[in-house]
Design a protein around this ligand. Sequence first.
Ligand SMILES: [Zn+2]
Length: 317
Amino acid sequence: MTYNQRKIPYFQEIVQTNQPYSYEMMRKNLRELKETYPFLEIGSIGQSVLKKDLPYVRIGAGPKKVLYHAGIHGNEWITSVLLMKYIEAFCQAYSSNGTIAGYSAKKLFQETSIYMVPMVNPDTIDLVVGAIPESSREYRHYQAISCYFPNIPFPDGWKANFNGVDLNLQFPAGWRQAQKIKFSKGYRRPAPRDFVGRAPLTEPEAIALYQFTLAHNFALTISYHTQGEEIYWQFLNYMPKRGKEIGELFAKLSDYHLTQVPFASSFAGYKDWFLQTYNKPAYTIEAGLGENPLSILQFNKIYQDNLPILVLGAILA
Ligand SMILES: [Zn+2]
């Protein structure tokens, strides 16, 4: 028996966490994960403006459902790697009858269903990570929008989708208020960030997330963003009691700060809409520290800080 054939407990790492992460890399990793771990359920919640499928992954067969989503802002792509790595780690633990963050993966699998949408805004993530050729029509389209906002770095300042609409300002929860605030700051037209769109739910990525949520009975949601090491848990007077308790535990586990959203960012986000509609725990987590896009060098710390949240989010929901 040669060295390579020795049967040692060994997991080949599928999700690489040392490089910028494009849509194609995610698609490839999802195919590899499904091949290696056939118990994963993988599907699509809809399509982006550029007709990319928006994959979701479900781990677990339990009745209690939660939703985690990431990569809704282009220059926050590191959050997509976070969910992808979590999916892989959960699969590894489940396959080996092991634990994840100290909890039995099998028990977690049986009791909960964790739905994840790891990349809500793939079009712009591809722009920010350099996966769109500069000679392409798409690249020039982004440049043309950016011309009106010369103070926002290109492409690093891009959060919005291909249409120049900020997807986390698209939800019907104080949308008019968001519009007023962002208009007053000069975002009155398609922009790299902070343009709310002509109405709520005009953009396919936001509509997909909205409809996917309506079609399930999620007990808790987490929206991943960067940066600030902060956790937001309320919207106006929607402050579910469990929401605060769980939020306090999340803060303790991650050493992040449980706090209030700055007023100017208080409206029309996914979490705001979920709280208003269901009055169940919903969080925005601002992972990492620094200026977006965060360096992949922060990945290990972000992962260590958030792994317990990703596990307990489902247990406590
Ligand atoms: Zn964000």
